[in-house]
Write a protein that binds this ligand. Sequence first.
Ligand code: ES4
Ligand code: ZN
Length: 319
Amino acid sequence: MDLDAFVAGMPKTELHVHLEGTLERDLLLRLAARNGVDVPIPEGGFTDLTSFLAQYYPAMRALVTEDDFFELAWAYLEKAASQHVVHAELFFDPQAHTGRGVPFPTVLGGYRRAILRAERELGVHADLILCFLRDLTAEHAMSTLMEALPFKAWIVGVGLDSDERGNPPAKFADVFARARAEGFQLTMHCDIDQPGSIEHIRSALLDIGVDRIDHGTNVVEDPALVAVLRERGVGLTCCPISNGFVTDDMKAQEIAALLRSGVKVTVASDDPAYFGGYVTENLLALAAAADLTRDELVQLQRNALEIAWLAPFRRDALL
Ligand code: ES4
Ligand code: ZN
C-alpha cells in the first residue's frame, strides 16, 4: 500500500480545528447571500498571524442563524467522516459572534445539533472546546465563561486563541482557574515564533496548569520545558500546513523531533478552509517533510487518542 492510501485509511482523531476556520468559500457565499449581508471574501495571501486574522474574523459575519452554524459544523463533520476521523474536538469562538449580536445559544445550538446528527448518521464523535479571544479583556472572557455554564454538558474544555502579541496566558489566569473549578479541561494556543513564545509556554504549563498546548513547538528551544511536557503527559496539537502560512515554514523538523523525543505530539488542521488542508493533507505534508515512518504516523494517532478529552469507555473503544 502506498503512503497516501495508508494515511488516508488510518482512523484519525483531530484535536485542533477551529469550526469557523472550516468555512469554505462556497458556503460563505451561500450564507452571505441567504442572510443578505455584505461579507469581505478572504483572498488568502497571508504571511503571518496578523494578516490571517484580519481576513478570518470579518468573514464570520456570514454566520447569523442557528442553521448557519449547523451547516458549517455539518460540512466539517462530513469532510471529517470522509477522512476517517473517528473523534474530533472542535474549537469555536463565541465572542466573535456574540460581539456582533448573535446570541450564544444560537451558536452553540447549531453546532450541537450537527454533532448529534454526525454521531448518528456519520459515525463521527465530536466535542466542543470554547475558545476565548485573547485580544479581548479577561472580563469579557469571564462573562463568556459564565454564559457557557448552563451549557456545560456540551463543552468539554476551554482554550485561548486569536492575537497572542501582548496577550500572555497570565492575563487569563483567573478565567482559567474558574474554568478548571467548573470541571473544564484546559488548553491554550502558544502560537509559533510569537514574541515571548517560550515564556508563554512556561506560564501555560507551570502557572495555568494546562492539559494541552496548541502549537507550542517553540518548546524545542528549552529542554527543561520539553521534560515537563513529557513528565506530565501534556500533548501538543501541531498544524504543519497552518504553520507554513503564519510562520516561515511548516516546522516539520521541530514537530518530528518532539515526537521522536516522546512528547505526545499530534497533527491537526487548524483552519483548513483558509490553509487548504484537512487532517489527512496535514499528515501527508508532515510525513513528506520530515520523513516520518508508518510507525511514527500511527504513533501520532495513538498520541491523539491518549490526550483526547474522551470518557474512558470511548477511548478504550477507539484505542
Ligand atoms: C488561529 Cl492560526 C491561529 N492562531 C491563533 N488563533 C487562531 N484562531 C484561528 N486560527
Ligand atoms: Zn488554532
